[in-house]
Design a protein around this ligand. Structure first.
Ligand SMILES: Nc1ncnc2c1ncn2[C@@H]1O[C@H](COP(=O)(O)OP(=O)(O)OP(=O)(O)O)[C@@H](O)[C@H]1O
Ligand SMILES: [Mg+2]
Length: 346
C-alpha cells in the first residue's frame, strides 16, 4: 500500500490537459485519505465546476493508483477551487523558464508539430533545417520525440558518442553543420528502446535545452512527437517557443487533435506560423500534373482554422524516403518550402 507521500508523487503524473501542469502542482488534490483496507480517497478541486477534462483526470488518476500493490479502490470526489485560489493559480500560470546554458545564444525556437503520427514531421523538420543551412543560417534540431526519435537516422548520425566539455554537452553535428540532440545519440544502439515515464521525458527535454552547448543559433527547430502529449506541452512550457509549424496530410481534417493543439497554443500564447500539407499530391513523372491520391487538399481551410495565412503543399516524393532511410536527407536538394523559410528568416 503506497503512503500519502508516495501517492502524491504518483499523482504528479496526472496532468490537467487544459493547463498542462500536474494536478499536485496545481494544488488540486485535497483531503487525501488512505485506509488500511486499501481504499484511497481524495477530492479533486477543479478550476471550474464543469471542467470538460474532469473525466480524463479522474480516469488517469484512478488507473495509476489502482495499479499500485494493495490498492483495492480509489474514490475521487470533485470539488471546486475558490475564486481566490483560482486567481492565484492563473497569476503564476506561466512558470519560469529553465535557464539556457549561459554560453548559448538562440535567436528563434520553432516547434514542428502534428496532430497525427507519421505525417512527415521529422522529415519536414530535417528538410527545413537543411534549407535554412543552405541559406547560411546557423541551425539546430532538438529531437523532442524522446521515445520515438528519428532525427539522427535521417542525417546518418550514429548512436552514442556524444562528447562533453566544461561548458556543457556538445551536440552531434551533421555533414552540413546542423547541431542535433536526440535520445538516439545517447543510447548504445539505434534499437535500444527508451521506456520512460512522463517526468523522465520532461526532464530530458529540459536538459536538451539547458545542458547542451548549442552555441550561437539563428533557429532551433524542435521535432515534437505527434499530438498534444506531455512532451509537446513540456516543450511549449519549458522552452521559449516563438512559433509552431504544423504538419498535416490531406486525410487529416481540422479534427479533434488539431483543435486541442490550437487551444493549447492559444493558452500559451504561441502562434502557428505556417501549415505544411505533406504528401499533398503526386506529380505525374511525365507531365508534372498533380494527382490528389489521398483526396482533395484541405490545407487552406486548416490554415484559416489555426489562424495563419501561410500554407504550403509538399508533393509525395519517393526521394524523401529513399534519402531519409539512407541517412542522407541533407542531399535531397531543393524542396518547395521557400515561403516558410522566408517567414522563419524574418
Ligand atoms: N513528402 C513525402 N513523400 C514521400 N514520403 C514521405 C514524405 N514525407 C515523409 N515521407 C515518409 O513518410 C514516413 C514518415 O515520415 P516521418 O518519420 O518524417 O513522419 P513523422 O510525422 O515524424 O512520424 P512520427 O509521428 O512517427 O514522428 C517516412 O518513411 C518518410 O520517409
Ligand atoms: Mg517523427
Amino acid at each position: 500500500m503506497p503512503t500519502n507521500v508516495e501517492i502524491m508523487n504518483l499523482l504528479r503524473e496526472v496532468s490537467d490537459p487544459e493547463l498542462g501542469r500536474n494536478i499536485v502542482e496545481l494544488n488540486m488534490v485535497r483531503d487525501l485519505k488512505v485506509s488500511k483496507d486499501g481504499v484511497i480517497e481524495f477530492t479533486l478541486a477543479l478550476t471550474i465546476p464543469g471542467c470538460p477534462m474532469k473525466a480524463e483526470m479522474e480516469r488517469d488518476a484512478r488507473m495509476l493508483l489502482m495499479a499500485q500493490p494493495g490498492v483495492k479502490d480509489v474514490r475521487i470526489t470533485f470539488g471546486e477551487m475558490t475564486e481566490e485560489e483560482r486567481r492565484k493559480l492563473f497569476a503564476n500560470a506561466s512558470p519560469e523558464l529553465p535557464k539556457l546554458n549561459q554560453f548559448n545564444k538562440v535567436k528563434k525556437v520553432i516547434a514542428v508539430m502534428s496532430g497525427k503520427g507519421g505525417v512527415g514531421k521529422s522529415s519536414v523538420a530535417a528538410m527545413l533545417a537543411t534549407s535554412l543551412v543552405a541559406d547560411g543560417r546557423k541551425v539546430g534540431i532538438l529531437d523532442a520525440d524522446i521515445t520515438g526519435p528519428s532525427i539522427p537516422k535521417l542525417f546518418g548520425l550514429p548512436p552514442g558518442g556524444l562528447r562533453g566539455s566544461e561548458q556543457g554537452i556538445l551536440p552531434a553535428v551533421t555533414a552540413q553543420g546542423i547541431k542535433t540532440i536526440s535520445t538516439n545519440l545517447l543510447v548504445p544502439n539505434e534499437d535500444a528502446a527508451v521506456i520512460w515515464r512522463g517526468p523522465m521525458i520532461a526532464g530530458t527535454i529540459k536538459q536538451f535545452w539547458t545542458d547542451i552547448l548549442w552555441g550561437d543559433l539563428d533557429v532551433l527547430l524542435v521535432d515534437l512527437p505527434p499530438g498534444t502529449s506531455d512532451a509537446a506541452l513540456t516543450v511549449m512550457q519549458s522552452l521559449p517557443v516563438n512559433g509552431v509549424v504544423l504538419v498535416s496530410t490531406p486525410q487529416e481534417l481540422a479534427g479533434m487533435v488539431v483543435r486541442k493543439a490550437v487551444s493549447m497554443l492559444k493558452q500559451l500564447n504561441i502562434p502557428i506560423i505556417a501549415v505544411i500539407e505533406n504528401m499533398s499530391y503526386y506529380p505525374c513523372p511525365d507531365t508534372g500534373h498533380p494527382h490528389y491520391i489521398f483526396g482533395p487538399s484541405h490545407v487552406e481551410q486548416l490554415a484559416k482554422a489555426v489562424g495563419t495565412d501561410l500554407y504550403v503543399r509538399l508533393p509525395i516524393d519517393p526521394k524523401i524516403t529513399e534519402f531519409g532511410d539512407a541517412g542522407k536527407i541533407e542531399q535531397i536538394g531543393s524542396v518547395e518550402l521557400k515561403p516558410v523559410l522566408e517567414r522563419l528568416n524574418a
